[in-house]
Design a protein. Sequence first.
Length: 222
Amino acid sequence: MLSDSEREALQRIAKGVAAQFGSGCEVVVHEISEKSAYHSIIAIENGHVTGRKLGDGPSHVVLEQLGKTIDAEKAQDHFCYLTKTPDGKILKSSTVYIRDNEGKVAALFCINFDISALTMVDSAISGILAVQDQEQKEPERINLNVNDLLDDLIRQSDELVGKPVAMMTKDDKVKAIQFLNQSGALLITKSGDKIAKHFGISKYTLYSYLDIKQEEKTNVQN
């Protein structure tokens, strides 16, 4: 958890970065704490870019940190990737992991620059618009609330399997549900009901699928 002085410092830095790059540059600070599953944003400048405000909920990477599916030591800053807002804006984004004295991720410092207008003249400013993640197929969607985020994660789980739910085998569903678990989706209140309904299984079956993966890990270790 951030100290008061660290929180204030990040808020000041956010204000400075936003002022430097203008109204098209949103700067967001997410704190990783017990409240972060629903209220992770502790600082935001130019929130009109994505429509978010102080006290709003987490992004994908925040949920992953809360679910501890990413080793804090392995979590790496992610620069110059594309995101997309619900109203269609294309953003050039960067995420920096802020660690506490123990090396644990305590916050995320995120910059989202609206390049929607610039993409129309990208031939003249290709160097500015260049992204490092060449394998990224589509911009990652920025969600306004956890319900939209859950819907987005469920959609991604279907895409991971590559077939409609009606055609999924048990192994396919286990794979999709493991992805949702690793993405932090099950941290969202009542997500189990929605996920179980989506895959046409009971909540008991849902959690038994999670146990299957745990048993596999145990067998490998033994």
